[in-house]
Write a protein that binds this ligand. Structure first.
Ligand code: TGC
Ligand code: FAD
Length: 388
């Protein structure tokens, strides 16, 4: 009989185009050769591996779906998903870096920006020369971004921004921040260079999750920007929520990679580990757990692939993204925790990947809409009743 790939039992790879397979392979090689050897130490040291940015950019992973005329990769949504999956097989922090740069910073400039803004920023962001961060969440409650306190007031031809943002990925790395602020005309977005007077980024320490990623608080004290910094083509909460849909789509793929890394690790480990005179893998209780992991990974792969096909056909709906974000994050965190358990004591250090993935996924299941937020989005779709 044909031996199936334990990490792809349904041969989802056969459903990909040649280009999509090539993208997956090139990112996969990069992760195997350049990320896996260092990432455990980066996590221990709470260090984002900045030195990899030029290679990540060189592989075309920043702004992969942005048209080539702006320096992007012009790739399909499915290719972007595979990039997220492979990067997160390495570490959720690395995928977060790429998600924020591509979906939360380049996307709004592309979708809502002026022609000048697109030309000024997108090619250099794709080259990794300009790094962005995305400021939506505020300290008093991220799930309800409509209750935004950060404001921008018109002053002559300028805007003056005051307020604060919390939990901002790439905050202390970024050259520009996409800042969402309340104005007389509703919520609007601004491209704020981080060296503008009155802008301050303060790194958040003591994190037990996403340690190989930079997370910051942002403060705006009379930050003055010209009107040309405003994203002119969107007003209202649908601006930032539209970016979240793009990023959440990628995040449905990422945790598949994390879960695959964990399953692979325990398949190898339990084949070698001898207990009660036989390999741990021959134990029914262990096989049941690993079979269940393969079932859940397979389901998640098919969910994300169909979501990607809908996206590429221009038919993807936010509720469909919510369902997959919820399912796939829950799948991966459960698997990572179980794998940690199967590794026994060896599972508690970063010599093995499971605990690092499990801890990272605590952030992934919370950011970009908590699990509860996504459940309630699906509930609202089913019932027509808004339960928030
Ligand atoms: P509602 O007032 O009904 O809608 C406002 C307008 O937005 C439109 N809309 C969307 N558009 C695009 N994509 C979506 N997902 C959309 N959801 C809603 C909507 O049609 C409406 O448009 P219009 O023209 O009628 O004005 O708002 P709502 O009731 O849908 O929203 C409620 C809720 C709770 C779902 C929303 O506030 C929410 O999603 N909260 C969670 C906030 C969140 O996810 N924050 C994430 C911050 S960024 C981050 O975490 C980055 S992590 C780093 C990394 O990615 O690695
Ligand atoms: P809260 O909104 O206070 O939620 C607290 C709890 O209440 C949660 O369990 C939630 O599910 C629950 N809850 C909320 N509303 C309801 C309800 N109606 N019914 C029932 N339960 C409810 N944000 C950015 O803007 N940019 C970034 O780059 C970014 N990066 C991040 C990186 C990391 C590592 C982390 C941890 C967060 C990041 N975030 C970012 C913020 C993230 O999006 C928020 O943490 C998230 O949206 C939740 O907001 P909160 O933390 O304020 O929790």
């Amino acid at each position: 009989a044909v031996r199936l790939n334990p990490l792809d039992l349904y041969d989802v790879r056969a459903l990909l185009s040649d280009e999509e397979r090539m993208v997956q392979d090139s990112v996969g090689r990069f992760v195997d050769e350049r990320v896996l050897p260092i990432i455990g130490d980066c996590f221990d040291q709470a260090r984002f591996p900045k030195e990899l940015i030029p290679e990540i950019a060189g592989l075309g992973l920043l702004g992969a779906t942005i048209p080539e005329q702006y320096g992007g990769g012009g790739m399909s949504g499915v290719s972007y998903g595979l990039i997220c999956q492979e990067l997160e097989r390495g570490d959720s922090g690395l995928r977060s870096f790429a998600s924020v740069q591509s979906s939360l910073c380049m996307y709004p400039i592309f979708a809502y920006g002026s022609e000048e803004q697109k030309q000024q920023y997108l090619p250099r962001m794709s080259a990794g020369e300009v790094i962005g961060c995305f400021g939506l969440t505020e300290p008093h409650g991220g799930s309800d971004p409509a209750n935004m306190k950060t404001n921008a007031k018109k002053d002559g031809g300028d805007w003056v921004i005051n307020g604060a943002k919390m939990w901002i990925t790439n905050g202390n790395l970024a050259h520009i921040a996409i800042v969402w602020a309340q104005t007389e005309d509703g919520i609007q977005g601004f491209v704020v260079p981080t060296d503008t007077a009155g802008f301050k980024a303060q790194e958040i320490h003591k994190k037990m999750s996403l340690r190989a990623s930079v997370t910051s608080a942002l403060f705006f004290d009379n930050v003055r920007v010209p009107d040309s910094a405003r994203l002119p083509n969107v007003k209202g909460l649908k601006g930032p929520l539209g970016c979240l849909t793009q990023a959440r789509y990628g995040i449905t793929w990422g945790p598949i990679g994390a879960a695959q890394a964990c399953l692979k690790e325990v398949l190898d480990y339990t084949a070698e580990r001898m207990l009660f005179g036989k390999p741990l893998a021959s134990n029914q209780a262990i096989q049941l757990k690993m079979a269940d992991m393969a079932r859940r990974i397979t389901t998640a792969q098919l969910l994300s692939l169909q979501l990607g096909r809908l996206k590429d056909a221009g038919k993807m709906q936010p509720t469909q993204v919510s369902l997959a974000k919820w399912n796939n994050c829950r799948m991966a965190i459960d698997i990572a925790r179980q794998c940690r358990d199967i590794l026994g004591g060896a599972g508690i250090t970063t010599e093995h990947a499971a605990i690092r993935h499990a801890l990272n996924l605590e952030s992934v299941i919370t950011y970009e809409g908590t699990e509860t937020v996504h459940e309630l989005v699906v509930g609202r779709e089913l019932t027509g009743i808004n339960a928030f």
